[in-house]
Design a binder for this molecule. Structure first.
Ligand code: ATP
Length: 233
């Protein structure tokens, strides 16, 4: 589904990503792991078109590296940024409607709305509440539901568990597992390494802008030496 070759991202003189290559197959859950400042956000932002990137990004057999973000969303690529970024002064309902901005079919919109309000019942009970008044976990659920309203075939999540209490983190991962079971392909950046490796199929480890390791999630999960080596325990 996604094939990234030699992707580089720079911010002025700072090179954040040095020729990273990754692949994500249809239906896979791929975790992107690495320490702070490793280049994880730069990699998925480059794939989403949120930052300029050099190299190749082939998504569903089409080269998209020069396309604007909106066109990538139309092709089925969606990203939920770190820190959730819901529109605080808009209601839950308005946030979900914005997520479906590319959806022109009213019946499909209504069906998706019903689906995600059923999956995330808390959003149904907070439907007309301003998003800024939701708890951190609720905002993360809203951010994920909003991304899903564009019917992505590949959803990229940047640190969905960041700053959330362990009980809420477990809940968020349960929801992500449901999306995976529904056939959504996922590329997920996580600091919560073990939690991510529990449901991921494969993982990439990145540090200082370079991919250092790629392999089945199980291999990393079962070999603490690899975790120590790449992720510092
Ligand atoms: P974290 O887990 O801390 O979010 P990350 O692995 O996602 O880190 P990036 O956010 O991609 O890493 O950052 C990679 C490098 O690029 C870091 O050294 C960071 O300081 C730098 N960087 C990121 N965004 C910018 C920017 N807008 N301008 C300048 N430098 C940036």
């Amino acid at each position: 589904m996604l094939s990234v070759e030699s992707l580089s991202v720079r911010y002025g003189a700072i090179r954040a990503l040095h020729g990273a290559s990754i692949r994500v197959g249809a239906g896979e859950f791929v975790a992107l792991l690495g320490p702070n400042g490793a280049g994880k956000t730069s990699l998925i932002s480059g794939i989403a078109g949120l930052v300029a990137a050099e190299g190749s990004v082939v998504f569903k057999d089409k080269q998209i590296v020069r396309l604007p973000t909106e066109d990538r969303v139309r092709r089925g690529l969606s990203m939920t940024p770190e820190g959730r970024h819901v529109f605080a002064n808009l209601t839950v309902a308005e946030n979900l409607r914005l997520g479906a901005a590319i959806q022109t079919d009213r019946a499909a919109f209504a069906a998706d709305l019903d689906k995600y309000l059923t999956l995330f019942p808390i959003l149904k009970s907070r439907y007309n509440q301003l998003a800024g008044t939701l708890s951190g976990g609720e905002q993360q659920m809203l951010a994920i539901a909003r991304s899903m309203m564009s019917r992505p075939s590949l959803l990229m999540l940047d640190e969905p568990s960041l700053g959330l209490a362990p009980r809420i983190v477990a809940q968020i991962f349960d929801y992500i597992a449901i999306l995976k079971a529904e056939g959504v392909t996922l590329l997920v950046v996580e600091q919560n390494v073990m939690q991510a490796l529990k449901i991921a199929d494969r993982a990439y480890v990145i540090s200082s802008g370079v991919i250092r390791h790629e392999g089945p999630a199980q291999e990393l999960r079962e070999d603490p030496r690899l975790i120590d080596l790449y992720l510092g325990g």
